[in-house]
Write a protein that binds this ligand. Structure first.
Ligand code: SDX
Length: 394
């Protein structure tokens, strides 16, 4: 009775599955990737190091990381035809719509990587997706602001390259800002994987039918877009802007408690974490570092966010309902300070989560006991009844 459905391949009635990639203890606020604490990874690794760990199960040696870095860099450029494909969207298309569409279309450009039976092609598909998502995300942004696409550069790190493709312009040299690159890297790490969340479960279910990896990641992007999931970072900024000043916070706290009001505090609460989200704590620290190092000392949205957090954490309702800031609560403030529009926030989440999605997809596909996912239901409709011909219906 714990769930309305049961998954077939190794899933229990609560809709869970077996995995070796990420462990979460929601009560203790623990998040481990292949046994390593997220706090240690965020502090000591770069994003490609964490990508290697998620894909291969071990932290890379310096030589392994150098080879992996070169491999990913090699795949960062997209097929030239994608430049024209992307131009078919309206200029005001949401970047997540573009990312979802173009990612799904990758299978028509990289036919070889759709052969999921070939382990070599499965790894190439993984590399292509990790490498090309930042390029396509930057293209979606450039397209929305009417600036030319910037081709990736092989002399930059993953995070530097993404910032270059997003904010660089052909008419002037691009100056790498180590503060922003380090913050970008850390934000990518904090969003890399998170067990069987809604979008990862979507990727697994799509992949269980044998769909190609590009289609599965496009399905994950679609699921992530929702405001209850990855779309929350964009929703947090909109909420803080709607609150507008600290003295209006009580009005919104009251609304969040009102069962007749659909308003929820964006960036608060979690399906699993019931004390604190360890990522939110690292994100909060990064937020203060980035704004401080950028000389942004009186960000009104940060002031509202800090006061909202303070009030909510002392409020009996939020304490009783175990509602604490999650990973999305502070990320939007950092991303805004870095120059991203709110419409790009969930896109960045998708860029980072691609490695988690594809690592979990590979793990499932390579499980010899894997079968198609087939959720069941608790039927609550009409019992069987006699057919009524049209001329006898009221
Ligand atoms: C992500 O699953 C993952 O791992 C996701 C993620 C990942 O990395 O993949 O961590 C990323 O999606 C983080 C969550 C981002 N979403 C938001 O910040 C949107 C705002 N949060 C809520 O929509 C909500 O908290 C959810 C969707 C995250 C969880 O919703 P649940 O499962 O309903 O939460 P719950 O069961 O713990 O709720 C307990 C109670 C409920 O009230 P009652 O039915 O008991 O009366 O708290 C209420 C909820 O209605 N509640 C809130 C609330 N979140 C839950 N009330 C006000 N504001 C909120 N934010």
């Amino acid at each position: 009775e714990t769930g309305y459905f049961t998954y077939d391949p190794g899933f229990t009635s609560t809709g869970s599955c077996e995995s070796k990639i990420t462990y979460i203890d929601g009560d203790e606020g623990i998040l481990l990737h292949r046994g390593y604490a997220i706090e240690d990874l965020a502090e000591n690794c770069n994003f490609l190091e964490v990508c290697y760990l998620l894909l291969h199960g071990e932290l890379p040696s310096p030589e392994q990381l150098s080879t992996f870095d070169k491999t990913i860099t090699y795949h960062t450029m997209v097929h030239e035809q994608i430049n024209y494909f992307l131009r078919g969207f309206r200029r005001d298309a949401h970047p997540m719509a573009i990312l979802c569409g173009v990612t799904g279309a990758l299978s028509s450009f990289y036919h070889d990587s759709t052969d999921i039976e070939d382990p070599h092609q499965r790894m190439i598909a993984s590399h292509r997706l990790i490498a090309k998502l930042p390029t396509m995300a930057a293209m979606a942004y450039k397209y929305s602001v009417g600036q030319p696409f910037m081709y990736p550069r092989n002399d930059l790190s993953y995070a530097e390259n993404f910032l270059y493709m997003t904010f660089g312009v052909p008419c002037e040299p691009f100056k790498v800002n180590p503060i922003l690159s380090r913050a970008m890297d850390r934000i990518f790490i904090l969003h890399a994987d998170h067990e069987q969340n809604a979008s990862t479960s979507t990727v697994r279910l799509a992949g269980s039918s044998g769909a190609n990896p590009f289609a599965c990641i496009a399905a994950g992007i679609a699921s992530l877009w929702g405001p209850a999931h990855g779309g929350a970072n964009e929703a947090v900024l909109k909420m803080l802007q709607e609150i507008g000043s600290k003295d209006r916070i009580p009005e919104f706290i009251k609304r969040a408690k009102d069962k007749n009001d659909s308003f929820r505090l964006m960036g608060f609460g979690h399906r699993v974490y019931k004390n604190f989200d360890p990522r939110a704590q690292v994100m909060r620290k990064t937020c203060h570092e980035v704004l401080g190092e950028l000389g942004i000392t009186n960000d009104p949205l940060l002031d509202i966010a800090m006061e909202l957090e303070r009030i909510a954490l002392e409020d009996d309702y939020f304490i009783e309902k175990k509602l604490y800031p999650n990973v999305d609560f502070y990320s939007g403030i950092i991303l805004k300070a870095m120059g991203f529009p709110t419409s790009m926030f969930t896109v960045l989440f998708a860029v980072a989560r691609t490695v988690g999605w594809i690592a979990q997809w590979k793990e499932m596909i390579e499980d010899p006991g894997q079968k198609i996912g087939r959720p069941r239901q608790l039927y609550t409709g009409a019992t069987q009844r006699k057919f009524v011909p049209q001329n006898e219906r009221g």
